[in-house]
Design a protein around this ligand. Structure first.
Ligand SMILES: Nc1ncnc2c1ncn2[C@@H]1O[C@H](COP(=O)(O)OP(=O)(O)OP(=O)(O)O)[C@@H](O)[C@H]1O
Length: 260
């Protein structure tokens, strides 16, 4: 179970400047009130346009930096208080897959298992199991160097799942994947949500309406750093009074533009 309660995060950056002049300091309110409750055995989607604050929210969930305000808890463990314990309960697929190119897919997976405290034999058995689940047996013993985008994603996902975490967090997981790889990923996520697959709590971010319609039990609409609507796809359609999900999203995320 993942709970995010009213998190905020701002960054200070400099604007561009001339050759002899420093840029002005500028504050970016990347996240200014995002909340979600993601239950076990459910797929929860964080849906927002570019720059809405999805990645920043997921980075705080992953303990990469602390929120300025608000609380994030994984299975009741507050990330800010005990990041390592919270991290051990999550499998995280970030936006950069960062595999070790000289290692095979199997070695990449086992290495992460070792970092999670698994012994080498258990991690090796798990690598075979995950290769079956993610249909990547054909690449398991190939060096990651030269993998396609889809092969890299599968290896990175297997690596994130090696310790069989109860919670799975994915940032824009279908980015750059073709239709077959996207379908395979959807199937794997549905299996992981099912009781046989462990009834995992799955949270993923996306800006693709179709992904949300096909996968999510619960959707959090994020706009300009805030969560502005939540519910199932049918509930959001009803709330917006629309029959197409894209129209509902625009109405909920950008009410002023939709009214114009
Ligand atoms: N380290 C940073 N320094 C300054 N601004 C940042 C930083 N990280 C994010 N931002 C800004 O915060 C806002 C939210 O960014 P974020 O990456 O969280 O959005 P997103 O919803 O994931 O977008 P996308 O779908 O385009 O990846 C953007 O305006 C972004 O430029």
């Amino acid at each position: 179970m993942i709970e995010i309660h009213d998190v905020h995060k701002q960054f200070t950056s400099r604007t561009g400047a001339g050759l002899f002049k420093r840029g002005e300091k500028r504050t970016v309110h990347a996240v200014q009130g995002v909340s979600l409750n993601a239950a076990d055995g459910r797929i929860t989607g964080l849906l927002g346009a570019n720059g809405a604050g999805k990645t920043t929210t997921l980075r705080m969930l992953a303990g990469l930096f602390a929120p300025d305000q608000g609380r994030i808890a994984v299975d009741g463990v507050t990330v800010q208080d005990d990041p390592l314990k919270a991290l051990s309960r999550m499998g995280i697929l970030g936006d950069a897959h960062g595999l070790y190119p000289r290692l095979s897919a199997r070695e990449n997976i086992i290495y992460f298992g070792r970092l999670q405290g698994m012994n080498a034999d258990a991690a090796n058995v798990r690598a075979d199991e995950l290769a079956r689940l993610l249909e990547m047996k054909n690449i398991l013993d190939r060096r990651a160097d030269g993998f396609s985008q889809g092969e890299r994603m599968k290896t990175a996902l297997a690596r994130a799942l090696v310790h069989d975490p109860a919670n799975i967090v994915l940032d824009e997981p279908t980015n750059g994947l073709d239709v077959l790889a996207t379908r395979a990923l959807r199937e794997a996520l549905r299996w992981l949500r099912s009781p046989e697959g462990g009834a995992k709590c799955i949270v993923f971010s996306t800006h693709i309406m179709q992904e949300v319609e096909l996968l999510c039990d619960e959707v959090i609409v994020v706009s300009k750093g805030r969560s502005v609507a939540r519910g199932s796809v049918p509930a959001l359609l009803q709330q917006a009074g629309e029959s197409r999900f894209e129209d509902a999203f625009v109405k909920l995320a950008f009410p002023e533009e939709a009214a114009a």
